[in-house]
Design a protein around this ligand. Structure first.
Ligand SMILES: Cc1cc2nc3c(=O)[nH]c(=O)nc-3n(C[C@H](O)[C@H](O)[C@H](O)COP(=O)(O)OP(=O)(O)OC[C@H]3O[C@@H](n4cnc5c(N)ncnc54)[C@H](O)[C@@H]3O)c2cc1C
Length: 440
């Protein structure tokens, strides 16, 4: 059995300076994506993370890099670009980014209808996706439950990472290969044009500042955040005990990310399928509790043979900080007909919170000269943020926060590394002026 890898060490830590080209607030995937994009342009970069290690949504998710959930067009292109950057980072940061693909298993005719419609038009553009018979589905995933299986939609485009390991690996790559300075355990208490102030009062100068504070970002620029009407969402998650070596599936690899019919209601990439509204209406009538807690179910493999299971969606600022046993039971109730597991022993439970923009794929909002809020990815930050971060540094005519479709999910209810770091042949410096050209 594979043992969970240690989190990255901080051995390459650089002495902090008092001035950088770019300062980033937030050490989740959005902040690290911004740091990477700037460092590739030859900028000196400092990243502030208020906790000793990133502990936000970026380490609490499934680790699905999930182009199939993004509508064809700009959103999917950003997802595919992010996937390419993940692959580069996995090499540089020595962590796994597995090209596992994704499988939607169909157990009802209306689910199969939506999947076939998805495949028949342009919705599956860029994915290398196909319809599978029940036998082919089971060959792709020994964890799919054969009982009542009608078939499956397989997409080859998706990759999987183990979030805590991957975030630690990205951090290591940024520090060691791209010369980014990390200041962890360092809350930023104020941001002004050209200047970041940290707890204790020290100020650090930076020409460009990216504020990527995730769900708790609103303590900086509260009015500007409020104007965007972004919504917090709490998601409950579970992880099984390691499954290797037991039951029918034996030591077979889990294979692709698994999802089912409920997920077809959740992602906007399926919204244009003619049968999707009827499927959503059927679920709403049969099991209204699923809509009440925003439950749709998915499963992702970890490197040590356990499955990360989820999830629920509770929106707003007044969601309970405590986890609900009822929600966990609903998630497991919906997964049982879809998965054939040797054991349903649950080893861990947790929740994560993200911030979702109501209409855009993400927020890239200038709030002062040289200061940009970068946030609001909703359930898609692992899929979109690395590609999106590059657009922060593009000229205004090119940069955009919107996809061809306004958002990815069903609407919410109610370069050159630093000169002191190893240089890669494929990276080039960009002119300094590019830093002032960000989306408006
Ligand atoms: C349960 C769950 C499952 C998900 N599954 C997936 C998935 O499979 N695929 C996918 O694409 N997306 C998924 N997502 C969404 C994805 O995880 C998020 O969109 C993404 O992680 C958001 O990244 P972030 O950097 O904006 O926020 P975070 O990861 O929350 O990072 C923000 C960081 O900023 C720091 N910070 C905040 N304020 C300050 C300050 N003042 N000073 C210093 N530091 C500060 C915080 O401490 C935090 O570490 C999931 C999310 C959840 C919660």
């Amino acid at each position: 059995m594979t043992v969970p890898p240690p989190e990255a060490s901080s051995s390459a830590r650089r002495a902090p300076r008092d001035s950088y080209d770019v300062a980033v607030v937030g050490g989740g995937i959005a902040g690290m994506g911004a740091a990477l994009a700037a460092a590739k342009r030859g900028e000196s970069v400092v990243l502030f993370e208020r906790t000793p290690k990133a502990r936000g949504a970026s380490v609490r998710n499934f680790g699905m890099i999930w182009p199939v959930g993004q509508p064809a067009g700009r959103a999917r292109s950003l997802a595919l670009r992010s996937r390419a950057i993940w692959k580069e980072l996995a090499q540089a940061g020595d962590f796994d980014c597995t090209p596992c693909g994704s499988l939607f298993a169909a157990y009802r005719e209306d689910e199969a209808a939506v999947m076939r419609e998805f495949l028949s038009g342009s919705a599956a553009e860029g994915l290398d996706a196909e319809w599978l018979s029940p036998e082919e589905t089971l060959k792709r995933s020994p964890r799919a439950n054969p009982e009542g299986l009608i078939g499956g939609l397989f997409s080859a485009a998706e990759c999987g990472v183990h979030p805590p390991s991957a975030i630690a690996g990205v951090r290591a790559a940024l520090e060691q290969q791209y010369g980014v300075t990390f200041r962890e355990g360092t809350p930023v208490v104020a941001v002004d044009s050209g200047r970041v102030t940290i707890a204790g009062g020290e100020t650090i100068a930076a020409q460009r500042i990216i504020v990527a504070g995730g769900a708790e970002a609103a303590s900086l620029f509260p009015a500007e955040h409020a104007a965007e009407a972004m919504v917090k969402c709490k998601l409950q998650m579970l992880e099984t005990a390691p499954l290797e070596g037991g039951g029918e599936a034996g030591a077979e690899p889990f294979g692709p990310h698994l999802a089912g019919g409920l997920t077809l209601r959740h992602y906007k990439s399926f919204a244009a399928c003619p049968s999707q509204p009827a499927l959503a209406a059927r679920v709403a009538a049969e099991a209204p509790e699923l809509d009440r807690f925003g439950v749709h179910v998915m499963a992702a493999e970890t490197p040590w043979g356990s499955l990360i299971l989820g999830d629920s969606h509770e929106y707003g600022d007044d969601v309970s900080p405590f986890d609900s046993a009822e929600i966990d039971a609903l998630i497991l109730r919906e997964l049982r007909p879809m998965l054939s597991l040797p054991s349903w022993e649950i080893a861990r439970r947790w929740h994560g919170v993200y911030l979702k923009h109501p209409t855009e794929l993400f927020l890239a909002k200038p709030v002062a000269e040289g200061v940009t809020l970068f946030n609001g990815f909703g359930g898609n930050g692992m899929t979109l943020a690395l590609g999106a971060a590059e657009t922060l540094f593009e000229p205004p005519a090119v940069a955009s926060t919107t996809g061809d479709e306004p958002t990815d999910e069903i609407p919410i209810p109610s370069v050159a590394p630093r000169s002191d770091a190893p240089r890669s042949e494929s990276m080039t410096s960009a002119p300094q002026t590019a830093l002032t050209g960000f989306p408006r």
